[in-house]
Design a binder for this molecule. Sequence first.
Ligand SMILES: *Cc1c(COP(=O)(O)O)cnc(C)c1O
Length: 399
Amino acid sequence: MYKEVIAHIRSLFGEDEAFIPLHAPWFGGNEKTYVLDTIESTFVSSVGAYVTRFEEMMAELTGAKYAVATTSGTTALHLALITAGVQPGDEVITQPLTFVATANAIAHSGANPVFVDVDRDTMGMSPGALRQFLDENAAVRDGQAINKHTGKRIAACVPMHTFGFPLRIDEVQQVCSEYGIALVEDSAESIGSYYKGRHTGTFGVAGVFSFNGNKTITCGGGGAIVTNDEAFAKRAKHLSTTAKIPHAWEFVHDEVGYNYRMPNLNAALACAQLEQLPAILENKRELAEAYSAFFKESNIELVRGIKESLPNYWLNTVMLENMEARDAFLQETNAQQVMTRPIWRLMNKLPMYAQCMHGRLDNAEWLEERVVNIPSSCRPGRGNIAITRKITDFVSQKL
Ligand SMILES: *Cc1c(COP(=O)(O)O)cnc(C)c1O
């Protein structure tokens, strides 16, 4: 039934028979050089020039004033929530259609996740659903949003840019500011994605990125927080380094901290990958265009994002007619060694989050039955893949 789709995906990747993964990393620049450099210098751990350089590059890329490197996207989210003032017993609003790490980070901070619906076209948090939920359930007292039913404070809101497609983040930000709720963007999937010309992750008090193995670019494992708030950046960094007061030899810590700082070894890989990002993004956009031309002629809809947005096309996404069609598509493509994957099971359906409060989730449920990701790796040898910047001089200077 989906023979033509499978043949077309195979032709796009130039693979007649081999397994085609959903998203493979690509290391075509200074990755080996920088990683070896950390080993030769012995600075492989939580101190080193690559960590600082990576933070500078993240700030430059996103246009945020500050960046703090972390061990993962999950720890970046956890740290951002704590730094934004989330306390045990608070509530944090997020979307039910997300990777589990979003909800887990909220739970790690001791808060309760609350789920509001997404928009169908962005697959990200719906500003309309957020406003409706708050209008019905929240009251502002002393500048803070209180859930009228539970009596708990709604401390933060964590929307997520699904598969790199930006959501209507300016409208979500507007609702949050009316209710005195801190906005922390889960931009784990949206490095290189822009909304109305602004990089995702820069609309709230903080934005969070992930560099896990299957993301657009990877450093093995790692994350970053970006913010324009100097005090926020300083406190997040302090908490990420065991809340140790800087001193040449003394070990004094002034609160319960975390060991969440990205090691220099990973940061070296991250710097090399960031250098490649423009070329990787261009390559991925070419693939998305090729998919677009193909699916236009078929009865399968390819997700393109909304016109105000420039997605990174991390994972190309199709919408099948219904759940039966989706299951047949998944079955046939995977049987033919072309990897495809359904969207996540909704958070409110997982055992640990089944008791969480939520609004109407019609769009999330509609999408859950239809959305499938198709192979989206960047394709070296096709289109433009080249080293765009060199930082070797800078780094050896600092070491
Ligand atoms: C990948 C991801 C994370 C977590 O990042 P890790 O680096 O894997 O901890 C968080 N949120 C979303 C939406 C993600 O896709």
